[in-house]
Design a protein around this ligand. Structure first.
Ligand SMILES: Cc1cc2nc3c(=O)[nH]c(=O)nc-3n(C[C@H](O)[C@H](O)[C@H](O)COP(=O)(O)OP(=O)(O)OC[C@H]3O[C@@H](n4cnc5c(N)ncnc54)[C@H](O)[C@@H]3O)c2cc1C
Length: 313
C-alpha cells in the first residue's frame, strides 16, 4: 500500500488562521451578541488555504498524484490496494460504485456568496436569520482579514431566486459601506447511502454526505471520517459500524436545528435570537459547548421541537 505508514503517522496538525471570539446574531427585530472562545477560522482554497499548506507539507512525505482527475475507480485499481474517495458532494465514484440508495439527493443547499471589501473585525462573525436573507437557512459575514470578507446567503432547495438574496445583500452592503468585489454560487447536497464502503473502496467527507444538515458544515466530519476510515483500513474493522458509533450521533443532533429552519418564519427567528439575551442561555452558549449537548438550552431555543435521541447532558 503506497505510503500508508506515512499517511497514518506523519499528517501535520492543521493550524487555524484565527480565533472566533464574537458572534452577532441578527433577526428582523433582535440582535444578540456572544463572546468567548467560540470557534476557529480556516481559509480553504487559493494559495494561502489550509489545504494548500497541508499539501506543501505532505508532498515530500507521500507519493500523492496531485492535479490528476480520476474518471473511474478502475483508473486506480491496479496501482492501489485500497481506494478512498474524497471527491466532494457530487462524488462520481460513490455514484458509480452503487453506494447511493438513490442518485437524486435528499437535500440540496445553495450558497450565494459575495466577496466584499470594507472594515471588518477579524474575530467577529455576524449571522442573519431572516426570511429575506435566505430560504430555510441563514446568512453570514465571515472575515478573511481586517479589510476583506465573504458575505454568504445559504438556502435549502435548488429553485432559489438568487436575485432576492443579492437585493438583501446589496442593501446591507450600502448600509455598512462595504464594496462588492465579486460574486459566486456554490452547492452542497445530501444523499442516502446503503453503505460507505464496498470491496476496497471507501468514501469520506462530503463524498459520504458527512455534513450536518442544519448549517451545511462539514470540515470537522471530513477530518473525522478520514480518521475513522484510516482506522477501519488499518485495523480491518467495519467502517459502517465505526461511523454509526462515532460520527452519526454527532450529525443527528443537528436535525433539531434543521427542523427549526424548515418551518421558521421571522417571529420564530426573533424568538430564537432573543433567547441569547437570557443571561443563563448566553453564558451556556458562550462556554463554547455545543448547544445540542444541553437539554435546557435546547428546550429554550427550540421549544416546539421534541428531542428523542442522542441528546445527553
Ligand atoms: C459556500 C460553502 C461554505 C462552507 N462553509 C463551511 C464552514 O464554514 N465550516 C465547515 O465546517 N464547512 C463548511 N462548508 C462545507 C465544507 O466546505 C465541506 O464539508 C468540506 O469542504 C468537505 O471536504 P471534502 O474534502 O470532503 O470535500 P471538498 O472540499 O468538496 O473536496 C473535494 C475535492 O475533490 C476534488 N474532485 C472532485 N472530483 C474529482 C475527481 N474525479 N478526480 C480528482 N479530484 C476530484 C474536487 O476538486 C475537490 O478539491 C462550506 C461549504 C460551502 C459550499
Amino acid at each position: 500500500m503506497e505510503g500508508s505508514v506515512n499517511l497514518l503517522q506523519n499528517v501535520p496538525e492543521i493550524e487555524p488562521d484565527g480565533v472566533m471570539k464574537r458572534i452577532e446574531l441578527h433577526s428582523p427585530d433582535a440582535t444578540a451578541s456572544l463572546e468567548g472562545k467560540l470557534g476557529f477560522f480556516y481559509e480553504v482554497g487559493g494559495t494561502n488555504g489550509v489545504d494548500a499548506k497541508a499539501r506543501k507539507n505532505l508532498e515530500e512525505l507521500l507519493p500523492i498524484h496531485y492535479s490528476t482527475r480520476i474518471e473511474s475507480k478502475t483508473q486506480l485499481q491496479d496501482e492501489f490496494e485500497v481506494i478512498v474517495a474524497a471527491d466532494g458532494y457530487q462524488s462520481m465514484i460513490a455514484k458509480k460504485t452503487g453506494l447511493l440508495v438513490s442518485t437524486t439527493p435528499k437535500q440540496i443547499g445553495v450558497g450565494v456568496g459575495l466577496n466584499i471589501k470594507g472594515e471588518f473585525d477579524p474575530e467577529l462573525i455576524e449571522i442573519w436569520l431572516d426570511e429575506s436573507a435566505s430560504l430555510h437557512g441563514y446568512s453570514y459575514v465571515i472575515p478573511f482579514s481586517k479589510h476583506e470578507a465573504s458575505l454568504v446567503s445559504t438556502s435549502i432547495g435548488n429553485a432559489i431566486n438568487h436575485e432576492t438574496y443579492f437585493k438583501w445583500a446589496n442593501e446591507l452592503m450600502q448600509s455598512r459601506n462595504w464594496e462588492l468585489q465579486g460574486r459566486w454560487v456554490d452547492f452542497e447536497s445530501w444523499n442516502d447511502f446503503s453503505s460507505y464502503a464496498k470491496d476496497n473502496l471507501y468514501v469520506v467527507g462530503n463524498a459520504g454526505s458527512f455534513t450536518e444538515t442544519a448549517f451545511g458544515f462539514g470540515l470537522k466530519w471530513a477530518m473525522q471520517s478520514a480518521k475513522l476510515c484510516a482506522k477501519a483500513i488499518d485495523e480491518n474493522i467495519d467502517y459502517d459500524n465505526l461511523l454509526r458509533k462515532e460520527l452519526f450521533p454527532d450529525l443527528e443532533s443537528f436535525e433539531a436545528m434543521r427542523k427549526f429552519f424548515d418551518t421558521a418564519e421571522n417571529p420564530d427567528f426573533d424568538r430564537f435570537v432573543k433567547t441569547f439575551k437570557n443571561p443563563l442561555a448566553k453564558k451556556l452558549a458562550e462556554s463554547g459547548k455545543s448547544l445540542f449537548k444541553n437539554s435546557w438550552l435546547m428546550h429554550m431555543t427550540f421549544p416546539k421541537t421534541r428531542i428523542t435521541k442522542t441528546i445527553k447532558d
